[in-house]
Design a protein around this ligand. Structure first.
Ligand code: GLP
Length: 262
């Protein structure tokens, strides 16, 4: 794992957008794993601008989102399908038939989860998985005690997550109590993971996720087991990390990151 500390949340989002852009240019058929949440909005704005201004081409890409609320159709403004259409899919030239999210309204949710796993496999697995982090330490909706080898399944949401996300619903009680989420094992199968966290409210959980012991109580700690995971944070989210000097040195000096320094 490596940690990149950027001065502001804008710079952190910009770095993530540039990593995505590099991936898509190098591999036009890339299979992208996508995330939702407030943090990602800045990344998608930048990626949409790269499409418009620099011709970043998504026409051959496939996308798989991490999760979706149970019971919300894609037409519901609170669904993650709706979020993705609004923030990214309608702004770039991805073929909407190549954009996948779990269907939270499927009559047989277990079959839907299996179908999702099968589809990821059918396209050869995820090349680049984008991740945010919830206050409960979840990646996707892998709430505490998610098995580190879990696959896509239905997960009940914790009170912390409900509190964190219900403000996004016009009526808080409308927030579903369950979601379909890629499992921790599904996420770990991605060839590369990028976790973006910004703001002081993420500082404590980021320190636990990056430097704490691996535990199913905080599913983001499983990323320590991944072969190629980059955590991008702004200064506010980095305040509780112990190893900042080392992380900064690596970013400044390792050849891989030279092109991202300016
Ligand atoms: C939701 C999503 C997560 C995301 C989290 C962070 O809970 N299921 O995948 O990481 O939100 O949200 P925010 O960026 O709004 O803090």
């Amino acid at each position: 794992m490596e940690v990149i500390i950027q001065p502001t949340k804008e710079a952190a989002a910009n770095l993530v957008a540039r990593i995505i852009s590099k991936e898509v240019r190098a591999n036009p058929n890339a299979v992208l794993g996508l995330a939702t949440g407030r943090t990602m909005e800045a990344v998608y704005d930048l990626v949409a601008a790269m499409h418009k201004q620099e011709g970043l081409d998504f026409s051959l890409c496939k996308t798989f989102n991490l999760d979706e609320y149970v019971g919300l159709p894609g037409t519901d403004p609170h669904s993650y399908r709706y979020y993705m259409n609004e923030h990214l899919f309608q702004k770039v030239n991805v073929d909407v038939r190549n954009t996948y999210l779990p269907d939270g309204t499927a009559p047989d949710l277990d079959a839907e989860c299996q179908r999702y796993e099968d589809n990821i496999k059918r396209f050869g697995g995820i090349d680049l998985q984008l991740l945010g982090i919830g206050r409960s330490g979840h990646i996707g909706f892998n709430e505490p005690l998610s098995a580190l080898l879990s696959r896509t399944r239905v997960k009940p949401l914790t009170p912390t997550t409900i509190e964190q996300n219900q403000g996004l619903f016009d009526k808080p009680e409308k927030m579903p109590r369950r979601a379909i989420t890629m499992g921790v094992g599904t996420i770990l199968d991605a060839r590369r993971c990028i976790l973006l966290a910004t703001g002081a409210e993420k500082a404590e959980i980021i320190a636990k996720a990056v430097e704490g012991p691996v535990t199913s109580m905080i599913s983001a700690t499983a990323l320590q087991l991944h072969r190629r995971c980059t955590v991008v944070v702004d200064e506010s989210a980095a305040t509780k990390l112990q190893g900042c000097d080392y992380y900064r040195w690596v970013f400044q000096n390792e050849p891989e990151w030279q092109e991202f320094l300016s």
